[in-house]
Every structure is written in structure tokens, then in C-alpha cells.
Design a protein around this ligand. Structure first.
Ligand code: AKB
Length: 323
């Protein structure tokens, strides 16, 4: 990787991945692609080039790829699971139409492409604990349908046209930098904000609902390592299960209480998010990622919780706890 275009650079993953790539690949152009209304700000704007790149407009992608001699595209444009259910047509247009545009530009210009898949690519009929790498994928959400389609289309472009497509299935991602928007796993980020602000957390997911989660530094490392992996070792491409921790609301609440003893949580269930969460795996089996490109997470629930609380205290200007 040298010259990289990040489509969706101001979102939850993009804002941190762009900065990581600029630190780790200083010799290249790391271009922050954004849509009007979601402009990069501060460090993200000042530390490198930025261009308007609407993934639904193939010409815009092609123009930016040629202008900066892009060799790798991170396609991070998507509507998350719950919000996609409210706007299924737009979810398809961005998730599948946008991916098709990206793959065609990549085919014509010799770019590698990373497009994240998700635990949302699985459904009720998938074995849930553990969920194997190669298994049933029959999701009943539009988000899941776009993710499975994206996996298949990306594999097709690799086999048929030799486009270097690679991907991981992200769990719910937890970070203190940019909030997610409209996902089913968002509660696992919001709970930390409530704890630090001293608010009672109203949890939309019922106790006993396990989902895979991951701390953002591990997720970013996975997104870089899979693109740098030796292709001769890859038996899979789109997409690898990756995992680091799995918990339900009670487990994360009790972990936070170890550091914030007065923290309170009440349940206020969201039927849509609960339905989606019930159809998703409890725990992914990431053996193939470990074997084919040496994937290994660094954070567990305890180390993530300490880091989240420390950084949110700084971000929200709340006097620091001894965590
Ligand atoms: C969501 O909840 O929609 C996402 C995901 C797991 O893909 N965080």
C-alpha cells in the first residue's frame, strides 16, 4: 500500500483508519474521501489530502483514483444495521451499488479493495456458538443482505478479473473517538459515555444477548494486516471471521461497575435491535484468520474498559477515575 483512498473517511472506522494510515504510510497519499455534510475536520482535514467522493458516483471515484495514483481503496461507506432497515433502498444503493462502482474502478485502475463485512452477514439459521468461517449465511436484514452480496461480488471480482479484494467480518466496534450511528451493537459504546457522564444507562438489548465485540485498535490493525497479508497464504478472501470478545449487557455493565461502582443500568428494549441481535452469532470462530494471516487480538473486555474510561474522562473533561 502506498497511495490509499478511504471512502467514508469521516465515519466511525474511517476517521481513525485514515489517521493510522497517515502515520504508518507517510510516503504516500492517504486521501480522505467524504460526502458533503460529513466533511473532515481538525487533524483529519489538516494532516493530508481530502476529496469529495460519493460512492454512488463511479466517475468521482475514478477521478480521485487517477489524480492520486491510488493503489488501494478502503470502501467504508455503509448504513449500519438498524438505520438500514429504515432506508433499505438507500442501504442497497450504497452497500451494493457503491461496491460495484468501487470494484469497476479498481478493475480498470489495478487497485486492491478492502470492504468490511460484518457479523450481520449471518442469520438465524447460522450456527451461533461458535460460528464457523464457512457456514450458512441467510440474514433477514437488508444490512446482512448487502454484506453477503458484497462478499460474493468481491470474491467474483478476485476470481474473474484478478482484483485484489480482501475483507474481514467486523464484530461491533467500540471506540471513544467517533460515535457509530444506527447500529445494533452501538449500546456497547453508549454505555461507556453514560458511565463517564454519571447517567443511568438505558439498555436497548436484553440480558443474555451475546454478540461479538472488538476494540477499535484491534479492528484497525486487522484492516491493515489483511491488506498486507501474503496472498499465497490466503485460502479465503471475502470475508474472514475475526473475534476478540463476546459479552451480553450484564457482563459489560458489571465490568464497568468494577471501575465506576455507582453506575446504574435499566432495560428499555428496542424491538428492532433486539430482533437483529437475536439473529446474529454469539461468538465467531476466527481460526482461519489466525492460520492464514496470523490474526491475533490484543484487547479483552478488561483492558478495553480501562482504556475507554480513561480516554472518555479526558474527552468529556470529567475528572479522571483511578482505572
Ligand atoms: C451494526 O451493529 O450494525 C454494526 C455491525 C456489527 O456491523 N456495528
Amino acid at each position: 500500500m502506498k497511495n490509499v483512498l478511504i471512502i467514508g473517511s469521516t465515519g466511525q472506522i474511517g476517521s481513525e483508519l485514515t489517521m493510522k494510515l497517515r502515520r504508518e504510510y507517510p510516503a504516500g497519499n492517504i486521501v480522505a474521501g467524504y460526502i458533503p455534510g460529513a466533511e473532515p475536520k481538525g487533524e483529519l482535514l489538516e494532516s493530508g489530502p481530502a476529496e469529495v467522493v460519493d460512492i454512488t458516483n463511479a466517475q468521482m471515484i475514478a477521478d480521485t483514483v487517477r489524480k492520486y495514483k491510488i493503489d488501494t481503496i478502503y470502501n467504508l461507506a455503509a448504513l449500519l444495521s438498524a438505520v438500514a432497515e429504515a432506508r433499505p433502498q438507500l442501504a442497497w444503493k450504497i452497500g451494493v451499488g457503491g461496491l460495484y462502482n468501487t470494484l469497476e474502478v479498481a478493475r480498470e485502475n489495478g487497485c486492491a479493495v478492502f470492504t468490511p463485512s460484518s457479523i450481520g452477514s449471518f442469520g438465524e439459521t447460522t450456527p451461533h456458538n461458535p460460528t464457523p468461517q464457512d457456514t450458512i449465511q441467510r440474514p433477514d436484514t437488508i444490512y446482512g443482505v448487502t454484506k453477503v452480496t458484497g462478499e460474493l461480488l468481491s470474491d467474483y471480482y478476485a476470481k474473474r478479473f484478478g482484483v485484489d479484494t480482501r475483507s474481514v467480518r467486523f464484530p461491533g466496534l467500540i471506540s471513544y473517538t467517533t460515535l457509530p450511528g444506527g447500529g445494533t451493537t452501538d449500546y456497547a459504546v453508549e454505555i461507556y459515555y453514560s458511565a463517564v457522564k454519571g447517567e443511568t444507562f438505558r439498555c436497548p438489548i436484553k440480558p443474555g444477548t451475546f454478540m461479538d465485540m472488538m476494540y477499535m485498535p484491534d479492528a484497525l490493525r486487522a484492516a491493515v494486516e489483511i491488506m498486507e497479508a501474503d496472498p499465497s497464504r490466503l485460502k479465503h478472501r471475502n470475508s474472514f471471521n475475526i473475534a476478540s470478545m463476546s459479552f451480553d449487557p450484564e457482563i459489560i455493565y458489571n465490568k464497568i461497575k468494577e471501575y465506576v461502582p455507582d453506575f446504574k443500568m435499566e432495560y428499555d428494549l428496542d424491538p428492532l435491535r433486539q430482533h437483529i441481535a437475536d439473529s446474529w452469532p454469539d461468538r465467531l470462530d476466527d481460526t482461519c484468520a489466525r492460520e492464514e494471516w496470523d490474526w491475533k487480538p490484543e484487547y479483552d473486555l478488561d483492558s478495553m474498559t480501562r482504556d475507554m474510561l480513561q480516554n472518555l474522562h479526558k474527552k468529556l473533561h470529567v475528572p479522571e477515575l483511578a482505572v
